[in-house]
Design a protein around this ligand. Structure first.
Ligand SMILES: [Zn+2]
Length: 241
């Protein structure tokens, strides 16, 4: 499976690299065609990995932008044009300007979206104290669970930054699926780490087409060689220790 990661969608004039126009998003959806799967299908598939599923695509959105609700949910999910998406929320941002409020997040959760945590304050978790790390992971999880009335086992690392200390802490408080920003198929070097392609507006439609054909082709020589030699996992453990 392939996991795509978006942030904010706008009508025109993206304000930063991670902000895409509706037009660009539409072009991506056209390329995805009927390969899109729902978050629940993705989660079910994770326990039964199968090469037949390599062409399946999951959409994820980070940072709780208003466009998750106004655009992705209201225009695509409710119309049956996409089979849902994952939305990762930094809890401190809920209700802030340009971000979703609790009512919107709750509606998405009831209506085909799956909500995950993106921490509290969108902190780089590799740099915070143990106390702060625990709060970012645990309080965001319990606040989301209280609001949604269901378990929240999904977490996306803010800025895609993580380390062994961070993932150990996340697993300890009960998250089971941890989403990174790395190239390739969803499977990371640990079974609980899920790679995602983070889309920026400098990636054109051709880049996207190539990525969907084989997300591993964009990975560097170091990955190709170390994977061939069976060294990828130990090397990653050194890098992220
Ligand atoms: Zn983020």
């Amino acid at each position: 499976m392939i996991v795509l990661n978006y942030h904010q969608l706008v009508e025109d004039s993206p304000s930063n690299a991670w902000c895409l126009t509706h037009e660009a998003f539409d072009a991506h959806l056209a390329l995805c065609g009927d390969m899109l799967i729902s978050p629940q299908t993705f989660i079910d598939r994770c326990t039964h990995p199968n090469a037949d599923h390599n062409r399946e695509i999951l959409l994820t959105f980070d940072d709780g932008f208003l466009s998750d609700y106004t655009h992705v949910y209201n225009r695509y999910v409710t119309a049956g044009r996409i089979p849902g998406f994952m939305s990762f929320i930094p809890v401190d941002f809920v209700g802030a300007a340009g971000r979703m409020n609790w009512a919107m997040i709750e509606e998405i959760s009831r209506g085909g979206g799956v909500i995950g945590s993106h921490g509290m304050a969108h902190a780089d978790l590799t740099t915070v104290s143990d106390v702060e790390l625990d709060r970012e992971l645990k309080v965001s999880k319990s606040m989301l669970e209280d609001r949604l009335g269901k378990e929240v086992p999904l977490f996306a690392f803010p800025y895609g930054r993580f380390s062994r200390r961070v993932w150990d802490a996340a697993l300890r408080v009960g998250y089971t699926h941890l989403f990174t920003i790395q190239l390739g198929y969803h499977r990371g070097f640990e079974p609980f780490l899920y790679s995602r392609l983070c889309l920026t507006n400098s990636m054109d439609t051709e880049y996207m087409r190539q990525h969907l054909l084989d997300p591993d082709t964009k990975r560097g020589l170091a990955w190709k060689l170390s994977t061939k030699l069976g060294l990828y996992k130990p090397l990653m453990h050194r890098r992220y220790r």
